[in-house]
Design a protein around this ligand. Structure first.
Ligand code: SF4
Length: 111
């Protein structure tokens, strides 16, 4: 089983709870339904956000775009709500979101 398939450890989840990306997403939540219209990725090839590790592609280009995106928090909130594990969303990799999802479901989704 690959590392990305392992269940997150309690230590990983604790670290995710302190991650500023997750905290901002929890603050924004569902309050910005129009976020997709303002994403920096609107004019970028979507494949950029779905790198293929088997082809030695990395998420770095997508993460760089997300880092300057004004709707990163709303995008991440959407991905966590959707439970989306593929590609880069809201400045996070699938593995990062897998860990964040545990904290997300404990707080936002349970509210
Ligand atoms: S955070 Fe990244 S994936 Fe989300 S809208 Fe912005 S550029 Fe696109």
């Amino acid at each position: 089983m690959s590392r990305s398939k392992k269940n997150p450890s309690p230590e990983e989840v604790d670290a995710a709870r302190r991650d500023p990306r997750l905290r901002r997403a929890m603050d924004v939540g569902r309050r910005d339904p129009e976020w997709r219209l303002r994403g920096r990725c609107l004019s970028v090839d979507p494949e950029t956000f779905f790198p293929e590790p088997q082809l030695k592609e990395t998420p770095n280009a997508a993460l760089a775009l997300c880092s300057g995106c004004g709707v990163q928090a709303a995008c991440l909130a959407w991905a966590l709500d959707a439970g989306d594990r593929n590609g880069v969303w809201g400045g996070t990799t699938p593995r990062e979101r897998q860990v964040m999802l545990v904290a997300w479901r404990d707080t936002v989704a349970a509210a």
